[in-house]
Write a protein that binds this ligand. Structure first.
Ligand SMILES: [Zn+2]
Length: 229
Protein backbone atom coordinates (compact mmCIF):
# COMPACT_ATOMS: atom_id res chain seq x y z
CA UNK A 1 0.00 0.00 0.00
CA UNK A 2 2.83 2.33 0.99
CA UNK A 3 4.54 1.53 -2.29
CA UNK A 4 1.42 2.49 -4.27
CA UNK A 5 1.04 5.75 -2.33
CA UNK A 6 4.69 6.57 -2.95
CA UNK A 7 4.45 5.72 -6.63
CA UNK A 8 1.39 7.94 -6.94
CA UNK A 9 3.23 10.77 -5.26
CA UNK A 10 6.10 10.40 -7.75
CA UNK A 11 3.67 10.22 -10.62
CA UNK A 12 1.97 13.42 -9.44
CA UNK A 13 5.33 15.14 -9.10
CA UNK A 14 6.26 14.00 -12.58
CA UNK A 15 2.96 15.21 -14.04
CA UNK A 16 3.40 18.50 -12.20
CA UNK A 17 6.74 18.92 -14.05
CA UNK A 18 5.21 18.40 -17.50
CA UNK A 19 1.86 20.07 -16.83
CA UNK A 20 2.45 22.53 -14.01
CA UNK A 21 -0.83 23.57 -12.47
CA UNK A 22 0.58 26.74 -10.96
CA UNK A 23 2.19 28.51 -13.85
CA UNK A 24 -0.43 31.23 -14.33
CA UNK A 25 -2.80 33.10 -12.09
CA UNK A 26 -6.32 31.77 -12.76
CA UNK A 27 -7.69 35.34 -12.57
CA UNK A 28 -5.33 37.59 -14.53
CA UNK A 29 -3.20 34.90 -16.21
CA UNK A 30 -0.06 36.63 -14.99
CA UNK A 31 2.96 34.38 -14.41
CA UNK A 32 3.21 32.81 -10.97
CA UNK A 33 6.74 32.44 -9.71
CA UNK A 34 5.99 30.43 -6.61
CA UNK A 35 3.29 28.04 -5.66
CA UNK A 36 0.55 30.18 -4.18
CA UNK A 37 -2.79 29.43 -2.56
CA UNK A 38 -5.59 28.73 -5.06
CA UNK A 39 -3.28 29.63 -7.97
CA UNK A 40 -4.38 33.24 -7.63
CA UNK A 41 -1.57 35.83 -7.64
CA UNK A 42 -1.04 38.12 -4.65
CA UNK A 43 -2.39 41.12 -6.54
CA UNK A 44 -5.65 39.37 -7.51
CA UNK A 45 -5.97 37.92 -4.01
CA UNK A 46 -5.73 41.45 -2.62
CA UNK A 47 -8.67 42.45 -4.86
CA UNK A 48 -10.88 39.58 -3.69
CA UNK A 49 -12.85 39.92 -0.52
CA UNK A 50 -12.59 36.44 1.02
CA UNK A 51 -15.14 36.52 3.77
CA UNK A 52 -17.54 33.81 4.92
CA UNK A 53 -21.07 35.13 5.38
CA UNK A 54 -23.99 33.02 6.55
CA UNK A 55 -27.56 33.92 5.70
CA UNK A 56 -30.75 32.18 6.57
CA UNK A 57 -33.60 31.39 4.19
CA UNK A 58 -36.99 30.68 5.63
CA UNK A 59 -38.68 27.75 3.90
CA UNK A 60 -42.39 27.66 4.46
CA UNK A 61 -43.95 24.25 3.97
CA UNK A 62 -47.37 22.74 4.40
CA UNK A 63 -46.81 21.10 7.77
CA UNK A 64 -43.56 22.52 9.03
CA UNK A 65 -41.12 25.37 8.77
CA UNK A 66 -37.46 25.07 7.98
CA UNK A 67 -34.45 27.24 7.49
CA UNK A 68 -31.76 26.72 4.93
CA UNK A 69 -28.49 28.25 6.06
CA UNK A 70 -26.44 29.57 3.17
CA UNK A 71 -22.70 30.14 3.24
CA UNK A 72 -21.09 32.47 0.69
CA UNK A 73 -17.34 32.91 0.69
CA UNK A 74 -16.52 35.92 -1.50
CA UNK A 75 -18.05 39.27 -2.41
CA UNK A 76 -19.02 39.60 -6.08
CA UNK A 77 -16.84 42.28 -7.71
CA UNK A 78 -14.90 42.90 -10.92
CA UNK A 79 -12.27 40.23 -10.24
CA UNK A 80 -14.83 37.61 -9.26
CA UNK A 81 -16.98 38.51 -12.26
CA UNK A 82 -14.00 37.96 -14.54
CA UNK A 83 -13.13 34.67 -12.86
CA UNK A 84 -16.68 33.32 -13.13
CA UNK A 85 -17.00 34.56 -16.69
CA UNK A 86 -13.83 32.70 -17.73
CA UNK A 87 -15.11 29.60 -16.02
CA UNK A 88 -18.69 29.61 -17.32
CA UNK A 89 -18.55 31.26 -20.72
CA UNK A 90 -14.98 30.60 -21.76
CA UNK A 91 -14.93 26.96 -20.63
CA UNK A 92 -11.85 27.42 -18.43
CA UNK A 93 -13.19 24.68 -16.21
CA UNK A 94 -9.93 24.22 -14.26
CA UNK A 95 -11.01 27.37 -12.39
CA UNK A 96 -13.68 25.23 -10.68
CA UNK A 97 -10.93 23.42 -8.75
CA UNK A 98 -9.68 26.66 -7.22
CA UNK A 99 -13.18 27.97 -6.51
CA UNK A 100 -14.08 24.69 -4.83
CA UNK A 101 -10.93 24.70 -2.76
CA UNK A 102 -11.75 28.22 -1.51
CA UNK A 103 -15.27 27.05 -0.60
CA UNK A 104 -13.87 23.96 1.12
CA UNK A 105 -11.41 26.08 3.03
CA UNK A 106 -14.24 28.00 4.70
CA UNK A 107 -16.59 25.02 5.07
CA UNK A 108 -13.94 22.94 6.81
CA UNK A 109 -13.68 25.57 9.52
CA UNK A 110 -17.39 25.18 10.28
CA UNK A 111 -17.29 21.62 11.57
CA UNK A 112 -20.39 20.51 9.67
CA UNK A 113 -21.17 17.12 8.19
CA UNK A 114 -23.23 16.18 5.17
CA UNK A 115 -24.46 12.96 3.59
CA UNK A 116 -24.43 14.17 0.01
CA UNK A 117 -23.60 17.23 -2.11
CA UNK A 118 -26.16 18.22 -4.73
CA UNK A 119 -25.45 20.88 -7.37
CA UNK A 120 -28.15 23.32 -8.50
CA UNK A 121 -29.13 21.78 -11.84
CA UNK A 122 -29.08 23.48 -15.21
CA UNK A 123 -31.77 22.91 -17.81
CA UNK A 124 -30.64 20.06 -20.11
CA UNK A 125 -30.47 22.22 -23.24
CA UNK A 126 -28.43 24.85 -21.46
CA UNK A 127 -25.99 22.29 -20.08
CA UNK A 128 -25.61 20.78 -23.54
CA UNK A 129 -24.91 24.20 -25.04
CA UNK A 130 -22.37 25.14 -22.37
CA UNK A 131 -20.89 21.66 -22.29
CA UNK A 132 -21.01 21.43 -18.51
CA UNK A 133 -22.90 22.60 -15.44
CA UNK A 134 -20.67 24.90 -13.38
CA UNK A 135 -22.39 23.88 -10.13
CA UNK A 136 -21.73 20.18 -10.89
CA UNK A 137 -18.02 20.81 -11.26
CA UNK A 138 -17.94 22.82 -8.04
CA UNK A 139 -19.83 20.00 -6.27
CA UNK A 140 -17.40 17.40 -7.61
CA UNK A 141 -14.23 19.19 -6.49
CA UNK A 142 -15.78 20.35 -3.23
CA UNK A 143 -16.72 16.73 -2.51
CA UNK A 144 -13.13 15.65 -3.07
CA UNK A 145 -11.97 18.22 -0.53
CA UNK A 146 -14.49 17.59 2.21
CA UNK A 147 -14.79 13.84 1.49
CA UNK A 148 -18.51 13.82 0.77
CA UNK A 149 -19.95 12.18 -2.34
CA UNK A 150 -21.81 14.32 -4.83
CA UNK A 151 -24.84 13.24 -6.80
CA UNK A 152 -25.93 14.92 -10.03
CA UNK A 153 -28.95 12.67 -10.59
CA UNK A 154 -31.12 13.59 -7.65
CA UNK A 155 -32.41 17.01 -8.63
CA UNK A 156 -33.45 18.09 -12.12
CA UNK A 157 -34.52 21.28 -13.82
CA UNK A 158 -37.67 20.82 -15.88
CA UNK A 159 -37.77 24.18 -17.57
CA UNK A 160 -35.58 27.08 -18.48
CA UNK A 161 -35.88 30.27 -16.50
CA UNK A 162 -35.71 33.82 -17.75
CA UNK A 163 -32.39 35.54 -17.13
CA UNK A 164 -32.75 36.73 -13.59
CA UNK A 165 -30.53 39.78 -13.22
CA UNK A 166 -33.18 42.25 -14.42
CA UNK A 167 -35.88 40.86 -12.15
CA UNK A 168 -36.99 42.00 -8.70
CA UNK A 169 -36.82 39.69 -5.73
CA UNK A 170 -40.53 38.78 -6.06
CA UNK A 171 -40.21 38.20 -9.81
CA UNK A 172 -37.22 35.92 -9.22
CA UNK A 173 -39.21 33.92 -6.72
CA UNK A 174 -42.06 33.53 -9.24
CA UNK A 175 -39.57 32.76 -12.00
CA UNK A 176 -38.19 29.63 -10.26
CA UNK A 177 -41.52 28.26 -9.00
CA UNK A 178 -41.96 24.68 -10.18
CA UNK A 179 -38.67 24.72 -12.09
CA UNK A 180 -36.96 21.93 -10.13
CA UNK A 181 -37.98 18.31 -9.88
CA UNK A 182 -36.89 15.27 -7.93
CA UNK A 183 -35.31 12.81 -10.34
CA UNK A 184 -34.34 10.16 -7.82
CA UNK A 185 -36.65 10.20 -4.77
CA UNK A 186 -34.84 7.25 -3.15
CA UNK A 187 -31.75 9.35 -2.50
CA UNK A 188 -33.39 12.13 -0.47
CA UNK A 189 -35.24 10.87 2.63
CA UNK A 190 -33.46 11.67 5.92
CA UNK A 191 -30.41 13.03 4.13
CA UNK A 192 -28.43 15.98 5.33
CA UNK A 193 -27.83 17.75 2.01
CA UNK A 194 -25.33 20.38 0.91
CA UNK A 195 -26.57 22.33 -2.12
CA UNK A 196 -23.94 24.00 -4.28
CA UNK A 197 -24.15 26.96 -6.65
CA UNK A 198 -21.71 29.49 -8.06
CA UNK A 199 -23.47 32.81 -7.33
CA UNK A 200 -25.97 33.67 -4.64
CA UNK A 201 -28.18 36.71 -5.23
CA UNK A 202 -31.66 36.86 -3.70
CA UNK A 203 -31.72 33.21 -2.69
CA UNK A 204 -34.75 32.42 -4.89
CA UNK A 205 -33.05 29.43 -6.54
CA UNK A 206 -31.65 27.97 -3.31
CA UNK A 207 -35.00 28.48 -1.61
CA UNK A 208 -36.90 26.66 -4.34
CA UNK A 209 -34.39 23.76 -4.46
CA UNK A 210 -34.52 23.49 -0.65
CA UNK A 211 -38.29 23.33 -0.67
CA UNK A 212 -38.29 20.55 -3.27
CA UNK A 213 -35.68 18.54 -1.34
CA UNK A 214 -37.36 19.02 2.04
CA UNK A 215 -40.75 18.06 0.61
CA UNK A 216 -39.13 14.89 -0.72
CA UNK A 217 -37.97 14.00 2.80
CA UNK A 218 -34.53 15.54 3.27
CA UNK A 219 -33.80 16.07 6.95
CA UNK A 220 -31.79 19.26 6.42
CA UNK A 221 -30.55 21.41 3.57
CA UNK A 222 -27.56 23.73 3.81
CA UNK A 223 -26.19 25.65 0.84
CA UNK A 224 -22.84 27.03 -0.22
CA UNK A 225 -22.12 29.46 -3.05
CA UNK A 226 -18.83 30.92 -4.18
CA UNK A 227 -19.92 34.56 -4.46
CA UNK A 228 -22.68 36.73 -3.09
CA UNK A 229 -23.93 39.63 -5.18
ZN1 LIG B 1 -3.67 37.49 -10.83
Amino acid sequence: MKLITESLAYLNEFLEMIYPSNIKCVCCEGELENKIAFNICEYCQSKIEFKPVWSSLYIEREYSQNYTEVLTVTEYNKVIRRLIYKFKYNSQTYIAREMASIMANFLEGENLSFDVIIPVPLFVAKKRKRGFNQAELLAKYLGEHIKVRHDINVLGRIKETETMHMLTKEQRRENVKGVFSVEDPTQIPLKNILLVDDIYTTGATIKECSEVLLNAGASKVTAVAFARS
